[in-house]
Ligand binder design. Structure first.
Ligand SMILES: [Zn+2]
Length: 321
């Protein structure tokens, strides 16, 4: 047990992780546990995205922003730590289209929009408040995030980046699903949307399987596009496709769909009262964590199983055509 895992005697060859399993959803006060980067896409936990705004003036390029005041990521890290963000071990500067900051690796890495390399001291102090709080869990951090989001050069840079063509098919994270597994997940989403959410959720929400989740079962990523709330993706732990994990797979999918409903209809993230209302409405466990036993593949193994659709799903979807 010292290594944090042990062999599950009932399922030889498989390992079981310590409980509880977490549904790591936005702003729920938990940290990411995804493994190292494999495809250049960072794991995100608490993050902030902002809608486009009307440019105040002709949009400058980065060269207009990156003045002599621009800093390296290490210099930004040093300033943030000097402002009290002592948990931070790394800062990564990125040219995102909408995400302006995110905390990963248990709150020790702050991923910042590249525009912040030239941010004035007061903006960096607000970022230090967010990093110190480990996200948006406290009012002070939420207020700091609001001020950060209003920094005009950031919006100008976002506008410039959005004017560039988006790379087609760019994934949010690596998806390890086979085409049959994706077909299953999409059909389950349609079925659960109809049967648990009265069809109120949008169709076509991207769903992927993650082989990198170590102690999480899934997540829902919110975003804002053209001023409207959207669902960037729902991701599910690939181990949930194993036989024996059927109940927890269904519950996790409904859990994340409840997050989607909470975000789209109530503008909320996390496991607060509105999410609990949706969870109860849809009939999933209304808790962030679960103590259910989860079967796992040995580390590094792929999961190719495609679970059978429930009979009720086949009937409903066949009737839909
Ligand atoms: Zn959750």
């Amino acid at each position: 047990m010292a290594a944090g895992r042990h062999r599950d005697r009932r399922t030889p060859g498989r390992v079981r992780r310590p409980l509880p399993w977490r549904r790591n959803c936005p702003n729920n006060g938990t940290a990411t546990s995804e493994g190292p980067r494999r495809s250049g896409v960072a794991a995100r936990t608490r993050s902030a995205s902002f809608p486009p705004v009307e440019p105040l003036h002709p949009i400058p390029g980065m060269s207009d922003i990156m003045t002599d005041a621009s800093r390296s990521s290490d210099e930004v890290l040093e300033l943030l730590r000097a402002s009290g963000a002592r948990r931070l071990r790394a800062v990564r500067l990125r040219s995102n289209r909408s995400t302006v900051w995110s905390l990963t690796r248990g709150g020790s890495q702050l991923n910042l929009h590249r525009a912040f390399a030239a941010a004035p001291e007061e903006v960096l102090e607000d970022l230090a408040v967010i990093a110190r709080a480990g996200g948006l869990a406290v009012p002070e951090a939420r207020e700091a995030s609001r001020r950060v989001s209003e920094w005009a050069p950031l919006h100008r840079e976002l506008e410039r980046i959005r004017a560039e063509p988006r790379r087609a098919g760019r994934p949010v994270g690596p998806c390890c699903a086979t085409s049959d597994q994706l077909g299953y997940l999409r059909r389950m989403y349609r079925y659960l949307n109809r049967s648990r959410f009265a069809g109120r959720l949008p169709g076509g929400v991207p769903i992927r399987l993650s082989g990198r989740m170590k102690s999480r079962l899934g997540h829902m990523k919110p975003c804002v596009v053209d001023g409207r709330r959207r669902v960037l993706e729902i991701a599910i732990n690939a181990d949930l496709m194993l036989s024996g994990n059927d109940d927890i797979r269904h519950d996790t999918l409904v859990h994340e769909m409840a997050h989607a409903a909470d975000w789209l209809f109530d503008g909320e993230v996390g496991h607060g009262p509105t999410w609990q209302w949706w969870a109860t409405y849809a009939g999933c466990e209304s808790r962030a964590c679960t103590t259910s036993r989860i079967r796992q593949t040995p580390q590094g193994s792929a999961v190719s199983r495609v679970p059978p659709l429930p009979l009720a799903a086949r009937v409903l979807l066949d009737a839909d055509g």
